[in-house]
Design a protein around this ligand. Structure first.
Ligand code: ATP
Ligand code: MG
Length: 574
């Protein structure tokens, strides 16, 4: 298997995780507990994210560089600590108590980060919702969580009012963008007013390690989103994995492109990097290659965490990076979907840096499997387990299978950031566990050398002529063709073969559908795939159905192809 050997060590700082094999053998989570601050057996994730730095040499260090469309702001750790204290006081004055749910429905504005931390400080449970959700998506989440307060803005609140009468638990809305209370209705709270009147000191509530801290709904790729609840102890894993996988060093400027409405935007857009005392860049604006590269250039971003869908879109603008100085970049990571090896190579060609894939889930709260700076990258492979994580490939009865054999990707269920529960659905929660294993619902293979290869979500794996084929393998082969930028592959029932493989492909700019092109693509993939993995049917489409977090939704391709109901669409792009 081809491996990419990275830049010589003299031009990059020594990785935080230098000896992977040693750590794998010796590391215990308990030994990392003292990397965060405790109050006599209790802790608070928000205290660890900002307050402890506000009391240290990092007091005046910038914690948050916020880039809006036409203005920018910055906040030091001291300021973040004080502002979140004020917000904690606002909530306490409103009667919020430990374990109440307080939700945030905002774009990526500084108030999102401040209020999230403030909620945690009160001991309440913070929830975030992506700002593109419509009334139905909002209703599901606010109803299920029983949120008492919602922080939003004057334009987004209109969507909430369409459903508010049906939300018996939702008491009031806190509106962030109405200066001096102008434009705030009588039963709403003006964030600006309330913050002005609140004290900037607050006794952060000391929580037990297993007390809930925040809840987030999954991406809805395979069905109805689940309300995953995470505990304060998760900060330990978020802290350690940020250091090891994202490799943040003291002077690094770090940009995570994920929205705080999804778990990456919380675990690695906020808690993990702040806990490590890093300066975090937040860009609140639409995707545009030129603008993205200008963010890296302007803030001199060193470490960049994004997703395959974003990298694939950037690769479609092959010259956009040329007019920007991106030499600050040192380390790039990707999560959310399988990272095609073609994209890893594109990273090398474009930035002189490979992209490091890593794998985890909303339910696991933190990274599980990764390619590390200190190890060679295997393009197309997810990497090796985090020290402290036992990952394995098991059959349906929980027995480990031999290396090289496909099976269920499972984990020993004893790491700090594993979910506490699924909100109001303990039956669903229990379904994840069997025989001491946590089942991810994903299928994978572990190679002799320890690296894991993603095959597909259990629901997406295709059974054709008695062979199992993961859509990722076929999609990766397709996008290596210069005319194809994205591909979604499904199994279609077939009397003879059980299922046949059908590929939906999106063409690169400048290519038009033609019989010639189709034949050329077919020839091309035939040379790259085993006979049984070759797609019998091709369809050229303008776009693929995706979640708002950028994941290809194959269940939707299947439903459309077979004329079946499409199920939950709250997280899908328009
Ligand atoms: P839902 O559970 O609601 O169907 P979802 O599984 O997409 O949605 P998330 O928790 O956001 O919700 O995503 C986790 C899933 O994303 C993983 O289970 C896996 O299928 C996929 N994934 C994440 N990272 C990677 C990766 N590096 N390689 C392959 N797949 C990945
Ligand atoms: Mg899932």
């Amino acid at each position: 298997m081809e491996q990419i050997i990275k830049k010589p060590a003299n031009i990059i700082p020594r990785p935080n995780l230098r000896d992977y094999d040693d750590a794998l053998e010796t590391f215990k989570w308990e030994s990392a507990y003292d990397q965060v601050e405790w109050f006599d057996g209790k802790l608070n994730a928000a205290y660890n994210a900002v307050d402890r730095h506000a009391k240290s040499h990092r007091r005046d260090k910038v914690a948050l560089y916020w880039q809006g469309v036409d203005r920018n702001e910055k906040y030091t750790f001291f300021e973040m600590s004080r502002l979140s204290n004020r917000f904690a006081n606002v909530l306490t004055d409103l009667g919020i108590e430990k374990h109440d749910r307080v939700f945030i429905f905002l774009p990526r504005v500084p108030e999102t980060y401040i209020s999230f931390l403030g909620i945690l400080k009160t001991g309440a449970i913070a929830g975030t919702m992506f700002s593109a959700f419509g009334p139905e998506g909002l209703y599901d989440r606010l109803h299920n969580s029983g949120a008492r307060y919602l922080i939003t803005n004057s334009s987004l609140k209109e969507r909430v009012y369409q459903i508010k009468d049906d939300l018996v638990d939702l008491e009031r809305l806190i509106i962030v963008d109405c200066d001096d209370g102008v434009g705030v209705a009588d039963d709403e709270v003006s964030y600006t007013e309330a913050m002005k009147n609140a004290s900037e000191t607050f006794d952060t509530v000391q929580m037990l390690p297993d007390d809930p801290a925040f809840m987030l709904y999954t991406s809805g790729t395979t069905g109805k989103p689940k309300g995953v609840v995470h505990r304060h102890l998760a900060i330990v894993q978020q802290h350690v994995t940020t250091k090891w996988v994202l490799d943040l060093h003291e002077d690094d400027i770090y940009w995570c492109t994920a929205d705080p409405g999804w778990v990456t935007g919380i675990s690695y857009g906020l808690l993990g990097p702040f806990s490590c005392g890093a300066s975090v860049v937040v860009y609140d604006g639409r995707f545009d290659p030129e603008v993205w590269y200008s963010v890296i250039e302007k803030y001199q971003v060193n470490v960049w965490y994004s997703a395959p869908t974003a990298f694939r879109l950037l690769a479609q603008a092959p010259d956009a990076h040329k007019s920007h100085d991106l030499s600050s970049l040192r380390h790039i990571c990707s999560v959310g979907e399988p990272l095609n090896s073609e994209i890893v190579h594109w990273g090398v060609r474009t930035f002189g840096l490979p992209i490091h894939d890593n794998f985890w889930q909303t339910e696991t709260g933190g990274i599980l499997i990764a390619n590390y700076p200190s190890l060679p990258i295997k393009p197309g492979w997810m990497g090796k387990p985090i020290p402290g994580i036992k990952a394995a490939i098991v059959d349906d009865s929980g027995c480990e299978v031999a290396r090289g054999v496909e099976g269920n990707l499972a984990l020993v269920a004893d790491f700090p950031s594993l979910m506490l529960t699924i909100w109001k659905n303990s039956a669903k929660y229990r379904e994840y566990f069997s025989g001491g294993w946590y089942f991810t619902g994903d299928r994978a293979v572990q190679h002799e050398d320890g690296y894991f290869l993603f095959i597909g979500r259990a629901d997406d794996v295709i059974n054709t002529s008695g062979e199992r084929v993961g859509p990722f393998e076929v999609e990766s082969a397709l996008i290596e063709h210069p005319a194809i930028v994205e591909a979604g592959v499904i199994g279609k029932p077939d009397a003879l073969r059980g299922e046949i493989i059908k590929a939906f492909v999106v063409l690169a700019p400048g290519y038009e559908p033609s019989d010639e092109l189709t034949s050329d693509v077919k020839r091309f993939v035939k040379t790259r795939l085993a006979g049984h993995a070759y797609p019998r049917e091709f369809e050229i489409v303008d776009t693929l159905p995706k979640t708002r977090s950028g994941k290809i939704v194959r269940r939707m391709l299947r439903a459309k192809e077979l004329g079946l109901p499409i199920g939950d669409v709250s997280t899908l792009e328009e």
